[in-house]
Design a protein around this ligand. Structure first.
Ligand SMILES: NC(=O)c1ccc[n+]([C@@H]2O[C@H](COP(=O)([O-])OP(=O)(O)OC[C@H]3O[C@@H](n4cnc5c(N)ncnc54)[C@H](O)[C@@H]3O)[C@@H](O)[C@H]2O)c1
Length: 190
């Protein structure tokens, strides 16, 4: 059935697809707002149990509460994907709540357009490489045994910047290009 409303707040009420992901356990990073929240809402509406993760604890709590009020089976785990220790902490919490994870959506990401002349240029490039690139690697490594046990799927959110250069986007382009290559390398075996 075609979804009638596309506004994020309406996703849980929209008709259809209610059992498509029944039995699946999904982790969505950067799920407190934006694309990650929309993905988490869509997954919950399609029957998946969802672990929402984000470094913004307040926004995460609000999103989790909103989903639960609509009957979704979800938990929130605060964490920064740039920290492998945080990703390692998430893994047992997800398993304890819902069992082994079968879908990982590496969505958490940042975009900083800082001119090369600025003092914080290097820091901004490093931050984007760490969050957008290394963050996905951290999450896959932390959940590897669970994803293997479920023959799970991993989606790494790239960007048009994974494919083409954009003005002022050195750090973002490098990081999203890395995400694309990570997928390609994973397909032939790590
Ligand atoms: N918005 C766009 O136009 C667009 C286009 C192409 C790709 N993307 C990609 O989609 C993804 C989401 O983008 P968005 O526009 O929804 O972003 P957003 O800024 O609206 O939301 C990002 C969320 O990720 C969280 N986050 C940021 N850094 C984090 C970290 N280190 N650890 C954990 N959580 C973190 C934030 O707290 C926030 O809740 C990103 O990977 C982005 O690169 C976005």
């Amino acid at each position: 059935m075609v979804q009638e409303k596309t506004a994020m707040g309406d996703v849980m009420e929209a008709p259809g697809l209610s059992d498509l992901l029944k039995g699946e356990v999904a982790v969505v990073t950067g799920a407190a707002m934006g694309n990650g929240e929309a993905i988490a809402r869509g997954f919950a509406r399609s029957g998946a149990r969802v672990v929402l993760s984000d470094m913004n604890a307040e926004a995460l709590a609000a999103t989790v509460a909103s989903l639960r009020s609509k009957g979704a089976d979800v938990i929130g785990v605060t964490g920064n994907v740039a920290s492998y220790a945080d990703c390692e902490r998430l893994a047992p919490k997800a398993r304890a709540a819902f069992g082994d994870v079968s879908i990982l959506i590496n969505n958490a990401g940042i975009c900083r357009r800082v001119p090369a002349e600025d003092d914080d240029f290097i820091g901004s490039v490093e931050a984007q490489l760490t969050v957008n690139g290394l963050g996905s690697v951290h999450m896959v490594k932390a959940l590897l045994d669970q994803l293997k046990a479920t023959r799970g799927r991993v989606v790494n959110i790239g960007s048009i910047a994974s494919f083409v250069a954009t003005t002022g986007g050195i750090g973002y382009g490098m990081s999203k290009g890395a995400v694309l290559l990570m997928d390609s390398v994973a397909q032939i075996g790590c």
